[in-house]
Design a protein around this ligand. Structure first.
Ligand SMILES: *Cc1c(COP(=O)(O)O)cnc(C)c1O
Length: 371
């Protein structure tokens, strides 16, 4: 069957088209132009940080974050093993080593209680990931970071608009990184942003992002920088998307409520978390199959596609199980992450998903899991 309902599609409207057209017509098509500042300042204001540095992707924002903290060879950075590959790669690019932590059952995010035992003299930072739109439990992470003088970086690539105890994620750690890939909550096609309220970090990130051009003499470089620039065309899309960011987050929360109400009587399914201190934005509406489920996750996924045209994603493969990383972590077990990875499935989650489509998806799931 062809795909009837994709997992996630961008919602692009007339404003996006108008702003991009304006950018093209103005001739400012590279990384100078008014939409860039507007997008940067807009997101910083929305999230609640002083500074913003736009980047070419979420991955480059993360790399820039670690590089701007002066972290490199011989250093260690603590990350959750249950995350998308970019979190680990960003650390590896700098020469530092990702040190992995299991997830907690309650939120699927890094388990704050397991961080301290992994801290060594080499540890410089902790990257938390607000996975699938659910904020990480920040207070215990900040507390252990403070005690050991570690930086905290938030990978907020999946959590635009999510809140921890009433505060927007991305405003809590020393640095936060967002992605605007086409399936993220707001998109610029490809793109990312580094946010911080630390002036020194912001300046360093801006310098490194743009080939480390020195101010006093053109074409003079004292460091190895990068070209991680976002274009004015992408920023034009971003400015239009930013105008709707709260609508998108609300739409996803409404969709999650509908999903929850239709799936809550399925005993073999665990619904997505929302801790009482959390505002989840459900980047992906995600469920876990329990042991008593009559199908495996992969069987369910292929039956939803073949019989109903419903596209889904399996959960991420933990970093320690990635062929490219597994040798570094041989013999280590991370049981919560492994269970998530084996039994978790992301259901269609676009901001414009209709109530009828959610009903159709849930009835298909029930047919397969009750059979
Ligand atoms: C999407 C994502 C990234 C990378 O963002 P890109 O823009 O695709 O480079 C990083 N971390 C997490 C958790 C993500 O989901």
């Amino acid at each position: 069957m062809t795909v009837r309902i994709p997992v996630c599609e961008p919602v692009i409207g007339r404003k996006e088209l108008a702003y991009v057209k304006e950018a093209v017509k103005s001739g400012w098509i590279s990384s100078k132009g008014p939409f860039i500042k507007e997008f940067e300042q807009g997101l910083a204001r929305y999230v609640g940080t002083k500074y913003a540095v736009s980047t070419s992707s979420g991955t480059t924002a993360l790399h820039l974050a670690i590089a701007s903290l002066g972290i490199g060879k011989g250093d260690e950075v603590i990350i959750p093993t249950f995350t998308m590959i970019a979190t680990a790669n960003a650390v590896t690019y700098t020469g530092a080593k990702p040190v992995l932590i299991d997830s907690e059952q309650e939120t699927w995010n890094i388990d704050p209680l397991k961080i301290e035992e992994k801290i060594t003299r080499r540890t410089k930072a902790i990257i938390v990931v607000h996975i699938y739109g659910h904020p990480c439990n920040m207070d215990p992470v900040l507390e252990v970071a403070r005690r050991h003088q570690l930086y905290v970086v938030e990978d907020a690539a999946e959590a635009h608009g999510a809140e921890y105890k009433g505060k927007k994620v991305g405003s809590i750690g020393d640095i936060s990184c967002f992605s605007f890939y086409a399936n993220k909550i707001i998109t610029t096609g490809e793109g990312g942003m580094l946010l911080t309220s630390n002036n020194e970090i912001a300046q360093k990130a801006a310098l490194l992002k743009d080939q480390a051009y020195e101010k006093e003499r053109r074409f003079l470089h004292r460091e190895i920088g990068f070209n991680y620039r976002l274009t004015n065309l992408q920023a034009a899309l971003g400015v239009a998307q930013l105008e709707k960011i709260d609508d998108f987050a609300e739409a996803r929360r409404r969709n999650a409520r509908i999903y929850n109400s239709l799936l809550e009587d399925l005993e073999c399914v665990e619904l997505p978390p929302e801790a009482d201190w959390a505002k989840n934005v459900y980047w992906m509406y995600s469920i876990l199959l329990k042991r008593q489920a009559p199908l495996t996750r992969d069987q369910l996924a292929s039956r939803l596609m073949d019989g109903f045209g419903i596209d889904t994603h399996p959960f991420f493969v933990p970093i320690h199980n990635q062929p490219v990383y597994s040798r570094q972590y041989e013999g280590k077990r991370f049981e919560v992450a492994e269970n998530l990875s084996k039994n978790g499935i992301n259901l269609p989650s676009a901001s414009n998903l209709s109530k009828d489509n959610i009903r159709y998806i849930c009835s298909a799931i029930k047919k397969k899991l009750r059979a």
